[in-house]
Design a protein. Structure first.
Length: 186
């Protein structure tokens, strides 16, 4: 067959069924490839195992005597848990709300059980961690927290009573489980 006897490309017979099959197969393989390449990227956005482990923290209430507190780490933040005495609750209730920058009563903050204070220990001014503030008139008992960086003072209800902090200490989501013997934060 000579060159002149061959049909030109425009004259070759075409098989639309075969072309459609090849197009669909190529598209399907391309989609699978893109999905396989994207999976590690998508998986990297999931929380790590150590973060999931810190999603909730359980605290045994029997380990915290009345008038003392404990600091635990929850989601990378310190949380102050304090077993308040009746005198501490009474003092928190006697504070004049009108004198507070962020006006909240003690009952609004701790309606679940007023004996248990649970607050995120991060100053609402610039994110520092306040230290326990001691009262020398009461035998160095704690009577709140003091942020050493800029001088914000919080009472034993976690309310800001002076300083540049604009808001009270945050209350994390928590609940009492096992008939109140455990506080679960988160």
């Amino acid at each position: 067959m000579s060159e002149s006897d061959k049909p030109s490309p425009s004259q070759e017979p075409t098989d639309p069924t075969r072309r459609d099959f090849l197009t669909l197969t190529a598209c399907a393989l391309g989609a699978v490839g893109v999905g396989a390449a994207a999976m590690p990227f998508i998986n990297s956005m999931n929380p790590a195992a150590d973060v999931l482990a810190l999603a909730s923290v359980d605290i045994e209430t029997k380990d915290i005597p009345v008038g003392t507190g404990k600091t635990v780490l929850w989601r990378g933040k310190p949380v102050f848990v304090r077993h308040r005495s009746d005198e501490e609750i009474k003092a928190a209730n006697e504070t004049s709300i009108k004198s507070l920058p962020d006006q909240q009563t003690d009952q609004e903050r701790f309606s679940k059980d007023p004996k248990w204070l649970v607050v995120v220990g991060v100053c609402t001014h610039l994110g520092c961690v306040p230290n326990e503030k001691k009262n020398p008139d009461k035998g160095n008992e704690a009577d709140g927290w003091l942020c050493p960086c800029h001088g914000s003072v919080y009472d034993l209800s976690g309310r800001v009573i002076s300083g540049p902090a604009p808001k009270n200490l945050e209350i994390p989501p928590y609940q009492f489980v096992n008939n109140g013997s455990v506080i679960r934060i988160g």
